[in-house]
Design a binder for this molecule. Structure first.
Ligand code: ADP
Ligand code: GN1
Ligand code: MG
Length: 370
């Protein structure tokens, strides 16, 4: 996607007609998909108001109107549930600020879709675990999110990205990308390509079980990275689950697994020194405890038993997606250096290998939690 232009950003800000005087605007966060800005306004009394403004990624989400319909439905459902349990709906779920005509988005003169959220104050989204307690609390919050949406009418949700965690389908896309080799990069990443091809069974695992009817389809978040949760500065609790673009029917093991691949790693997702990358079992255990607790008894024995598999499948799938994007010319994930997607892919594969080595212990940990 073309970079956001200054005048384009200004047009959008003007059209949202926010209250107060704009005192600051800056790119914000480290998401790989949307273009996020933090806007600061001052009101007449000198008070400060912060807002999140995002250009939605149309390449990734080709149906932004349906996407916003999902977000409005999910957040208004959550809002009711939060109020019922005495929580603060302005901090515990996303709040969309309507556009000029009352819609949940604004389309700029270039045809790009923008949306705006109330900024959640006094909370931080972490890119890496700084305190294990934060990770535990993020697990409780993601589990809780799952629980809160357990009775949500799943049939009203649009599939914002078709086959998002259909690892088997992603394997097929990967193979095609290798064959096409658009950028002429395949020869230089033979080791990584082999790594994927040797693990077709991992790609098929959940799809096969689903086909046998052994896994319940639930409303899941599908992008449970640590930086998609706001941790309250004061209480250290996971106050709000954000980035709701991919809330869709899915498998709970994948929500668990995606958090593990990101948060229970000893290094950043794009670490170049692979000797620093491994699975931290203490964090795996902590997250498992928090997540199962957060789900409040709704998980089946099978779902719990398959959590290590969720971690492996999500890590494998993510690495494969990074490698696919690298082979296709970096058109999906935002990159900040030439081989960024390759670096990301390598950390994921290093983690998969480490999980394979620690498989027995991972399973023993989950048995203890069950
Ligand atoms: P992406 O899909 O690109 O990851 P996100 O919706 O996750 O986009 O937003 C990127 C970052 O912006 C988040 O990781 C978080 O730090 C910040 N952010 C998003 N929404 C809010 C909000 N309502 N309040 C505070 N920070 C937010
Ligand atoms: C993307 O949007 P963000 O940065 O939270 C991606 C996830 C990947 C993740 C890898 C819609 O998440 O699926 O796991 O990057 N989101 C989408 O860091 O593709
Ligand atoms: Mg995000």
């Amino acid at each position: 996607m073309a970079a956001v232009k200054e005048e384009q950003l200004q047009e959008v800000i003007d059209n949202f007609k926010y209250k107060g005087t704009l005192t600051d605007k800056r790119p914000y966060g480290s998401g790989h998909i949307n273009d996020t800005y933090l806007l600061t306004f001052e009101d007449e009394a000198g008070g400060e108001m912060r807002i999140i403004l995002q250009r939605m990624n149309k390449t990734v989400f080709p149906k932004p109107v349906e996407l916003m319909e999902n977000i409005m439905n999910v957040t208004s459902y959550l809002r009711k549930r939060i109020v019922e349990r005495g929580g603060d709906p302005l901090r515990e779920t996303l709040n969309v600020i309507p556009g000029p005509d009352g819609k949940a988005y604004y389309v700029d003169s270039e045809g790009e879709y923008w949306r705006s959220y109330i900024f959640i104050t006094d909370a931080v989204s972490y890119d890496q675990v700084e305190k294990p307690e934060h990770f535990y609390q993020s697990a409780v919050a993601f589990g809780n999110f799952q629980q809160l949406l357990a009775e949500f009418p799943a049939e009203t949700l649009h599939e914002t990205i078709e086959g998002f965690h259909d690892t088997k389908a992603r394997f097929a896309v990967f193979k095609k990308a290798v064959e096409e080799d658009k950028m002429g990069r395949a020869a230089s990443v033979q080791k990584e390509i082999e790594f994927v091809l040797e693990r077709e069974d991992v790609a098929d695992y959940f799809g096969d079980l689903q086909a046998k009817g052994e896994l319940p389809l639930r409303v899941t978040h599908n992008d449970t990275k640590l930086n998609n949760i706001m941790i309250d500065n004061e209480s250290g609790k996971g106050i709000c689950v954000i980035d709701l673009d991919t809330v869709m029917p899915g498998l709970v093991m994948n929500d668990f697994g995606d958090s593990i691949r990101f948060g229970a790693s000893t290094a950043a997702e794009d670490e170049q020194d692979l000797s620093k990358v491994s699975l931290k079992l203490e964090l795996f255990e902590l997250y498992a405890k928090g997540f199962i607790e957060g789900c409040g008894g709704r998980l089946t024995e099978k779902e719990i038993e398959l959590m290590p598999m969720g971690a492996k499948v999500m890590t494998f799938e993510c690495g494969m997606r990074f490698l696919t994007d690298y082979l296709q010319g970096d058109t999906y994930f935002k990159i900040h250096r030439t081989h960024h997607n390759l670096d990301r892919c390598r950390t994921q594969f290093k983690l998969v290998e480490d999980m394979e080595n620690k498989w027995y212990t991972m399973q023993e940990i989950i048995k203890k939690c069950n």
